[in-house]
Design a protein around this ligand. Structure first.
Ligand code: NAD
Length: 259
């Protein structure tokens, strides 16, 4: 990669001591998991799909729940493998400068690639677990999916028989306060915020970008399409993340580093 913008991004990453990364669905499209709003995204192709993703619809309509469980059985997430973008972030973490990966993804691919699970903040939860909307009990998704595969249309909570849902954040549902708090601290305490594969159209995740910029971080945005926050970024790269992230993570630190 040879553009001026790439050179500028490399220089910023090379001189950074504390890097926070914010990722979105675009880092997993090369792993076979479609995004929502990209040119081939699920919601670009089917505008009504987004409406069914609300908590209200899930709570009120048993057919929405049944459809959701059937769709989960066939999710590409279960067989997806991490790609070069996920692996590049593991490499950057091993260099000692990447402190935190804040992800909007629910696929667990950062951890599967080898990112330290303690450094990965899943803002929108995970598809690999279930939560009961009645008693709050959590459990492994595979247990619920086994019941669906055996013929149950809508598995209920094994403890209280309440409504069971994936441990993901739907529209109309609060984010985990502690996870959001840690994500904001990571945005405030970095010298480079590297944003990859997200349309930055979902709040409060997108708000981490101006928060970091106001606190003095240099923001590098790598996304196939423009985002509403391109104007606060020091560098914007409209390139595939699986090309850009390996390129950036292979840059040796300049200036010796403080750690
Ligand atoms: P989004 O669909 O709104 O945006 C993804 C962006 O990535 C798009 O602008 C697209 O052009 C870009 N993109 C796609 N492939 C790319 C590539 N290879 N290189 C560079 N850019 C690429 O996704 P979002 O911003 O993450 O927000 C949507 C919500 O969707 C999140 O809340 C997330 O929880 C959920 N989601 C998650 C997954 C997942 O876990 N993999 C998949 C779909 C949706």
């Amino acid at each position: 990669m040879a553009s001026e913008a790439c050179a500028a991004a490399r220089a910023l990453v090379a001189s950074a001591h504390r890097i926070t990364v914010l990722t979105g669905a675009g880092v997993s499209t090369d792993s076979g998991i479609p995004d929502f709003r990209g040119p081939d995204g699920l919601w670009t192709r089917d505008a009504d799909a987004g409406l069914a993703a609300s908590l209200d619809a899930y709570l009120c309509d048993p057919e929405v729940r049944r459809r959701s469980w059937r769709a989960k059985l066939d999710s590409p997430v279960w067989t997806a493998k991490p790609n070069a973008a996920h692996r590049a972030l593991v490499e950057l973490e091993r260099s000692g400068r990447l402190r935190t990966v804040v992800t909007q993804n629910i696929d667990g691919l950062h951890q599967k690639a080898g990112s330290d699970p303690h450094r990965v903040l899943e803002l929108h939860g995970t598809l690999h677990a279930t939560v009961c909307l009645g008693c709050g009990a959590t459990g492994p998704m595979r247990d619920a999916l086994r019941r669906v595969a055996e013929g149950e249309q809508e598995p209920d909570c094994p403890r209280c028989r309440g409504i069971l849902k994936s441990a993901t954040v739907s529209f109309g549902q609060e984010l985990d306060g502690e996870v959001l708090h840690r994500a904001r601290l990571a945005a405030l305490d970095c010298d480079v915020l590297l944003v990859a594969g997200t349309s930055l159209s979902v709040q409060p995740a997108a708000g981490l970008v101006p928060l970091a910029a106001k606190a003095g971080a240099q923001v590098v945005i790598c996304n196939a399409e423009p985002t509403p926050y391109d104007s606060v970024a020091a560098v914007v790269l409209h390139e595939p993340v699986a090309d850009v992230l390996p390129d950036l993570s292979s840059v040796p630190p300049s200036g010796g580093g403080r750690f």
